[in-house]
Write a protein that binds this ligand. Structure first.
Ligand code: ZN
Length: 321
């Protein structure tokens, strides 16, 4: 980590307040909670123009997934496909029963899109990291993927036209993005006026997060710049022209291997590690684990937005460290 490129965050991204309390610190990072709107954010953080450098090859095959990235993202294909097939039930609750145009932002290896394509939908993906997107290209074709920043997506790119998508999804993405308002405004432009947005992000005020405190697995300061709760995610969406129709911890779980559970338990405490050690014998088997510390949010563009309300300004200011 190059600390010279860290910048101090002076104000809350969501409400602009400078008033905050410190939840805890792990130098050089501090985890702060806005005293006015309760958004939790990390300061200092990497400068906006270098944040994307985190998502290189090592991110997806990380030696230290506890602090950064995933251990073996692409190899866990069967588990991700199973997780997304389970989430189809949620998707189908909120979208019309017909072939849809679907865009997954931060699509990584394209697992969700493969599940949707197998259901007969037309799929497109956007992914910042070329390393992981190579897997998506293999399965979905380069013509269906935008690799790079969303703001670099050409407005006239065929298949990615404005107001052309019935469903846009962001699985574990919004907490990584330095300017979430700009991202959500872009999503709104891509969605049809009657389209549906589904996003998933961790809930910093969930019982599990409270129980684990600073050991909560989502405190990964280089990549998780924000930690939302139901109120702050609603505010982000309302401010950018969406109406939340559902926020649930259901469907926020994941299929994990029993070997993974044994490994995580070992990190939690020695006793828990010993207790779970026998699971290693069944390392390749998987179970569905929902710690209920995620929010799966369904939202729609609000019809009045733009006529009665202005897009609120992007509040954040960051000063050079
Ligand atoms: Zn705030």
């Amino acid at each position: 980590m190059n600390e010279a490129r860290l910048v101090e965050v002076e104000t809350c991204q969501l409400c602009g307040s400078r008033s905050r309390t410190e939840m805890f610190r792990e130098p050089p990072f501090r985890v702060l909670r806005c005293a006015d709107c309760s958004l939790v954010y990390v300061s200092p953080r990497h400068a906006d123009d270098v944040v994307h450098e985190l998502y290189d090859r090592h991110y997806w095959n990380s030696d230290s997934p506890k602090t950064r990235g995933y251990a073996r993202y692409a190899e866990e294909e069967p588990l991700y496909l199973k997780t997304f097939r389970r989430r189809l039930r949620l998707v189908n609750d909120h979208v019309p029963a017909r072939p849809l145009r679907v865009l997954d932002i931060g699509c990584a290896a394209g697992f969700f899109l493969r599940v949707m394509r197998d259901q007969g939908h037309e799929v497109r993906g956007a992914e910042l990291s070329a390393e992981i997107a190579a897997h998506a290209v293999q399965h979905l074709g380069a013509e269906n993927l935008h690799i790079g920043f969303l703001h670099d997506l050409e407005p006239d790119r065929q298949g990615f036209e404005h107001h052309s998508f019935d469903l846009v999804t962001l699985w574990d993405v919004v907490e990584h993005v330095p300017r979430p308002q700009a991202l959500m405004q872009h999503v709104r432009e891509l969605l049809k006026p009657d389209g549906v947005l589904i996003l998933e992000t961790q809930n910093v005020d969930s019982a599990f997060a409270n129980l684990l405190g600073k050991r909560w697995q989502h405190f990964k300061h280089e990549e998780h710049l924000y930690h939302f709760n139901p109120a702050t995610i609603r505010r982000l969406l309302t401010d950018t022209g969406f109406q939340v129709v559902r926020n649930t911890p259901s469907f926020g779980g994941k299929y994990v291997s029993l070997g993974f559970i044994a490994e995580r338990a070992g990190r939690l405490s020695k006793a828990a590690g010993l207790l779970c050690k026998p699971l290693n014998a069944f390392g390749r088997m998987s179970i569905y684990l929902n710690l209920r510390d995620e929010m799966v949010v369904v939202a729609r563009p609000s019809a009045e937005f733009g006529r009665t309300a202005e897009v609120r300004p992007d509040h954040a200011t960051a000063a050079k460290h």
